[in-house]
Design a protein around this ligand. Sequence first.
Ligand SMILES: [Zn+2]
Length: 231
Amino acid sequence: MLARHRGPSPPVVDATRVGPYLRLVVVDHARAPCPHTAPMIGIADPEQAETDLSAGSLRCPGCAGALRPWGHARARTVRDLGATTVALRPRRARCDACRSTHVLPAVVAPRRVDTTAVIGAAVQASAAGTGYRRIAAELDRPLSTVRRWIRAVRDPTHVAWLRAQAVAWIARVDRDVISGLAPQHSALADALTALAAAAVTLRGRIVPHVRPWTVIGQITNGRLVGPPAPS
Ligand SMILES: [Zn+2]
């Protein structure tokens, strides 16, 4: 939740002036997994990030200086639904003022090899009562991988954090959506419903061209199923 962020408050900007950047907070997770409570860049649209970075309108979380393009993190390939693969080159940025470097959130968490769409499909199926084996077979992923995702996502603290991210993003765009969220049969289903509502709301108002699971990946900072797996 936002109140758990430590350190100086990040600049809060008006969505209508800066497109998708409802709130600019940055974390450097180039090397180490960061805790949920660490400040992060909240970006709903990964492509717009490139444009805004070039224009100098992304702000450093430490000092609010302008972030500039600073090469890329190591390129890697991740697996999307089915047999599709996606090539990623996470963008690195450096602050003009304090010289600290940051890696912008990508469509997947550091060190995970599947996109949020794949992991999200597994989580959604589990929340609906489908067993590990059937999920693994349907997604063509190892049983051990699916089990690891589902166990991680069901951590109560993490489930609460997911819902809080969703509600915070909805609140920036349309508070009425929050009161319309129907209670579900479990905390995880509540969180997924809130994330889906956030994706629908953000796509409807701000980022219509971004895939729903990509929006969810971005607003959860690539942590749909918790911190990245250790390398
Ligand atoms: Zn700085």
